[in-house]
Design a protein around this ligand. Structure first.
Ligand SMILES: C[C@H](O)CC(=O)C(=O)O
Length: 534
């Protein structure tokens, strides 16, 4: 048997990209395709007691649920699931009987090492192959790592993994860890390597590992099309091609390519994964990749802002994702700037008793420009564009809460800018407090349109006409009047923003008259048919 084995983790790590919703039939197709291609170990998903089982998802709660998706002919492959330490009781795991999983991978943080290793021992006693997955290997000092290995030897699991959870491992780090493991881990235990692609190093590291002159048996993790959390994983199809070429293995590529073509491409288009600047940044700060997704999904930060927020994080907080912590850092960072409101009384007077026409950069602001211009001409309005300078009408003000958009704006327009205090702007009309305009709907907490409406309500405005707040389509080209403004975001985020805006507008409509001038309306005001009243 070849000394290098491949473990495919698409159905588990890939699940971070689609909330593990692969669909029941697709799960079986993926497992069968992996078996056909000769992949040695198939990770079928998570085994957890923390959720209710749903047939279309790869978060299983019992061995019987997993058994249902396994092929009748197991073709001498191993089938495993990953368990996060603390998400399953040992007593609930039945003794191994060969009908379901062959092995269980136990992932744990450094702080849980002792208890997690006891748990691993318990699983082994039940007859399963145990994979010791000490996450974020680089967070262990050499001394701590040696201690971990020594204690692993006592348990004698099937495999011990070097884990690059944050995708930060350089070749030299991997070599260092590998030799520590090679010299100290009992020879019969497989040495595994699980990587992420934040620095695009997964493939080259895996190649280097395989090329090391060693008799040790290796397991390399990969996922089809690299589907995995954040920047994704080593690509199974590329890695097995490399092994065929250099190690004389005979993995079959075609079943993997077919799975990409028929199943994974669609997931990729809906919720892409792979290398990106935010994922690079999280790696360069040795931080959990979810922090990158969190900041990126805000859609308000430049890369310098994100870098500054990562720099503010404490080292202890970087190892696992803490949503409340990053939320607080983000809000503090944004609310940091000083306000400058000396024209506020003047602005209040300007707005008093007027219809306020707000123009957002949605596609309808371009398509229905004639309607917008006509409305402005026929009514006594104060017009305010949001995060852009509207080409077709001289607007009285420009409201900006986004630093990137502020930088894009021609400097000559600053005299009429109302900006939020997170923007380090000078020579503007008003700088208003960012923190006072936030709302409680997470997906649109600091959405520029929603902040402007809140600002206007605070100033006593009674009648708001909206143009260009169309909501977001999954089709990127449909979202902005100026395609240069388009931001690529995951569909789930766009849907959440549409729902969030609808909820907020519905609430705002209790305080102020809101009327839509343009469409389409992927956001609206619930239970209120205001569509044709203009
Ligand atoms: C395989 C692991 O130990 C869990 C994981 O995906 C990680 O990146 O860490």
């Amino acid at each position: 048997m070849n000394r290098v084995r491949v473990l495919d983790c698409t159905l588990r790590d890939g699940g971070y990209c689609n909330q593990w919703r692969f669909g029941y039939e697709n799960v079986k197709k993926i497992i069968n395709g992996l078996v056909k291609s000769g992949i040695n170990i198939v990770e079928c998903g998570f085994l957890t007691n923390k959720v209710e089982y749903q047939e279309n998802r790869t978060k299983f709660t019992t061995m019987d649920e997993v058994a249902e998706v396994l092929p009748k002919n197991r073709s001498e492959k191993l089938f495993v699931c990953l368990m996060n330490y603390g998400e399953y009781n040992l007593e609930d795991i039945p003794p191994y009987d060969g009908t379901s999983l062959d092995g269980i991978r136990v992932a744990f943080h450094k702080k849980d090492m002792s208890k997690a290793l006891e748990f691993c021992e318990g699983i082994k006693k039940k007859g399963y192959k145990v994979f010791v997955q000490a996450m974020v290997s680089l967070n262990y000092s050499d001394e701590e790592y040696l201690e971990l290995i020594k204690r692993t030897n006592i348990i004698a699991p099937y495999a011990f993994y070097i884990v690059d959870s944050f995708g930060v491992m350089k070749g030299k780090d991997l070599t260092r860890l590998f030799y520590i493991v090679e010299h100290n881990l009992t020879e019969s235990i497989y040495i595994g390597y699980h990587s992420h692609n934040n620095m695009q190093l997964a493939y080259s590291n895996a190649q280097s590992l395989v090329s090391i002159q060693t008799k040790r048996k290796l397991i390399i993790d990969a996922s089809i099309f690299g589907m995995g959390r954040g920047a994704g994983n080593l690509n199974t199809e590329l890695f097995v091609e490399f092994l065929n070429d250099t190690e004389g293995t005979e993995y079959k590529l075609q079943p993997l390519l077919t799975l990409i073509d028929e199943i994974l491409n669609k997931f990729y288009q809906e919720n892409y994964w792979g290398y990106s600047l935010p994922n690079y940044l999280s790696a360069s700060h040795n931080a959990h990749p979810n922090y990158a997704s969190y900041l990126n999904d805000k859609q308000t930060l430049t890369i310098e802002d994100m870098d500054a927020i990562f720099s503010m994080m404490s080292n202890e907080k970087k190892a696992s994702f803490d949503k409340e912590y990053i939320e607080a850092l983000y809000t503090n960072y944004m609310a940091n700037g000083k306000s400058y409101e000396e024209h506020i009384v003047e602005l209040k007077k300007t707005l008093f008793g007027k219809k306020i026409l707000i123009i957002a950069p949605g596609k309808s602001s371009e398509v229905e420009k004639a309607k917008i211009i006509q409305f402005a001409e026929q009514h006594d309005v104060v017009s305010i564009s949001i995060n852009f300078d509207y080409n077709y009408l001289y607007t009285d003000f420009i409201f900006l809460s986004n630093l990137r958009r502020y930088r894009e704006l021609n400097k000559s327009k600053r005299y009429k800018c109302i900006v939020t205090s997170n923007i380090p702007a000078e020579n503007i009309y008003i700088k208003t407090k960012y923190g006072q305009l936030l709302n409680d709907v997470e997906a649109v907490r600091d959405n520029a349109g929603m902040m402007l409406i809140q600002f206007l309500i605070n100033l006593g405005v009674k009648d708001i006409i909206i143009a260009g707040i169309d909501g977001y389509s999954h089709e990127v080209s449909e979202n902005y009047a100026d395609e240069q403004m388009a931001l690529i975001t995951k569909n789930a985020i766009l849907d959440a923003m549409n729902t969030g805006m609808t909820n907020l507008l519905t609430r705002f409509a209790n305080k102020v008259k809101i009327t839509f001038l343009t469409g389409p309306r992927r956001v609206t005001i619930a239970n209120l048919d205001l569509l044709d009243n203009i």
